[in-house]
Design a protein around this ligand. Structure first.
Ligand code: AMP
Length: 415
């Protein structure tokens, strides 16, 4: 057996190598706290559902995550050098099995007695529609049925569609003339190979006739901007806002690792799926599109830019880089924390450019914690090299609660 604390094992072994899945259905290995929360709040889990995971912040320790009346609570399980696990020093267990078995019989100080192990739900989005579209991604437009119009953007309309009568997809239908098909195909070739759970997957294209179709993963709740504006703080609170930011930073950290630049990162280009999944969309498209939304995209030199989201060096000297994406990420944090407010409200793009040149920055919004605002300011450093990497931003946001809330010795709650 290879559960932590079992004979002949080391604590670093993960659950995947356990040969007895029935015994360790509650051991989820090194999953993140936010992912543990997502798994536990699925409707099939009842109060008492629980899992044990390896702690993100304290290497070698474990954490118990348990569902209590729709809220997930986390406890740090401490381990002793000489072996043994405990929540409180007064009751030490030699294995995690013994630990679980005790707390499933009695609450003994926990918020709730442990019930059933958390159900494992995994619905990863496919990276391709089928094995055929892996290489052959120009597909027959007759295989796509347009079902419902989801919205219209600057490039055309977006539809919910069905591929081959089976697979739900999103279809962007592009206004004729919105781009040069050759430019797009070159970019799409790269986009097709960018694969990450926090990026909208490009599945296929139909470019042989107008309107061009771009076929992607479907996200049920549409754009983050509308999602935030519709909620306006009724259900979405800081924990979820930090989680949104962390998920976007994770997708962007992947683009950073692939030396790819988004060029139009904003809440309007982040999409919301079921179970609080957020993904970055439209990466790379800004380079090939001829946009005509004058409210957001203003003419600068020959190109049109979303001035309020764009870093000063990109506006001034067309210097786009992953660091100009980091600037835009700071503006996206502003959108997240203000529930979708337009930044620099009441100012024109020209005024914004002038003020930024005088070191003006968006002020701290009401209800925005200082820690969150500090991250925004780091993204808006006038010197691109001094801005953080997306990798650093990702970890800072993942660990946000570890650094903001202090660990309470009294009841061993992580938060
Ligand atoms: P866009 O042209 O990308 O600005 O998209 C216009 C609107 O269509 C967005 O605001 C979303 O509400 C919706 N939309 C775009 N892409 C998707 C998608 N993959 N899944 C679901 N809705 C989408």
């Amino acid at each position: 057996m290879c559960l932590p604390g079992e004979e002949g094992t080391t604590q670093r072994l993960s659950w995947q190598c356990c040969r007895n899945p029935d015994r360790c259905r509650w051991f989820f290995g090194a999953i993140k706290r936010t992912d543990a929360e997502k798994q536990l709040v699925y409707s099939e889990n009842q109060t008492g559902a629980f899992l044990i995971r390896e702690s993100e912040s304290q290497k070698g320790d474990f954490a118990l995550s348990v569902l209590d009346e729709g809220i997930v609570k986390h406890y740090r399980i401490r381990s002793l050098d000489e072996g043994g696990f405990f929540l409180t020093q007064r009751r030490i267990f030699s294995t995690l099995n013994e630990f679980v078995s005790h707390y499933t019989k009695t609450r003994d100080g926990l918020c709730v007695q442990l019930g059933k192990p958390c159900l494992k739900v995994q619905v990863p989005a496919p990276f391709d529609l089928s094995y055929k579209t892996v290489d052959q991604w120009e597909i027959d437009r007759n295989s796509i049925q347009l079902l419902k119009r989801l919205g219209s953007g600057q490039f055309g309309e977006v539809w919910e569609g069905l591929w081959n009568n089976t697979t739900p997809v999103a279809v962007k239908t592009l206004k004729p003339g919105s781009m040069d098909p050759n430019d797009f195909l070159r970019e799409a070739q790269i986009m097709k190979n960018l694969r990450h759970p926090k990026l909208i997957q490009l599945y296929a294209v139909c470019t042989l006739e107008d309107p061009i179709y771009i076929i992607t993963e479907l996200m049920r709740h549409g754009s983050l901007q509308e999602y935030l504006q519709n909620d306006a703080g009724t259900k979405i609170h800081l924990t979820q806002q930090v989680d949104m930011a962390a998920q976007v930073a994770s997708g962007m950290a992947y683009l950073e690792s692939q030396n790819y630049i988004h060029r139009d990162l904003a809440a309007r280009n982040v999409l919301v799926g079921e179970h609080n999944i957020y993904k970055v969309a439209d990466f790379g498209l800004a380079r090939v599109f001829k946009v005509d939304n004058e409210d957001i995209y203003e003419s600068k030199h020959e190109v049109k830019l979303p001035v309020k989201w764009t870093a000063p060096e990109a506006i001034r000297a067309n210097k786009f880089s992953i660091k100009s994406d980091v600037w835009s990420f700071g503006i996206l944090l502003y959108e997240i924390i203000t529930y979708g407010k337009i930044p620099y409200s009441g100012m024109t793009g020209a005024q914004v450019i002038q003020l930024l040149g005088q070191n003006y920055r968006l002020p701290q919004p009401p209800n925005c914690p200082q820690e969150f605002y500090s991250i925004m300011l780091e993204c808006w450093n006038g010197e691109p090299k001094e801005r953080p990497t997306f990798e650093a931003l990702h970890w800072k946001l993942e660990d946000y609660y570890e650094t903001v809330f202090s660990y309470s010795e009294a009841n061993n709650f992580i938060r």
